[in-house]
Design a protein. Structure first.
Length: 149
């Protein structure tokens, strides 16, 4: 079956979200790294077994054990405690490349996280809506970790 070419709109994704955290920049950045690694979880609270190597070129991946897993991306830029930037396919198993940025700034006695995910590739509608919800849940988890410290 031959399908019609996808439009630019169908092949691009842009998600921007903000979250205020009642914690310092350094505490919030540490919470972000924890959420990207050992504290990463599914929407129903199950561990994703994620690992983050927090240095330029470091991997962000799902470790399923026994040398099995899924590469989500590489650290493109890191400037502690104000920037974490990832490039890669993330959780998508088709032609898809993403840039994910977490920018942290001091704001209102705490930290403002400005999150942006831009992508190009084969994006299904359910992935588009699922990513928006998933990133919001992830940011909420970062806030919960940081504010508990």
């Amino acid at each position: 079956m031959i399908q019609a070419p996808m439009s630019v709109e169908e092949m691009t994704l842009s998600i921007t979200q903000e979250m205020h955290v009642n914690a310092s920049l350094s505490v919030t950045f540490d919470a972000l790294l924890e959420q990207m690694g050992p504290a990463a979880q599914t929407h129903d609270g199950k561990s994703l077994s994620m690992k983050i190597e927090p240095w330029p070129g470091g991997r962000w991946y799902r470790d399923l054990g026994d040398n099995n897993g899924h590469l989500w991306g590489h650290v493109q830029a890191i400037k502690r405690p104000t920037l974490m930037e990832i490039t890669g396919p993330l959780m998508v198993s088709c032609p898809f490349v993403s840039n994910v940025q977490y920018r942290l700034t001091e704001a209102d006695g705490g930290t403002l996280i400005t999150f942006r995910h831009t992508a190009l590739g084969f994006i299904q509608d359910d992935h588009r809506s699922g990513m928006t919800k998933g990133w919001a849940a992830m940011l909420e988890h970062v806030r919960a970790i940081a504010e508990a410290r």
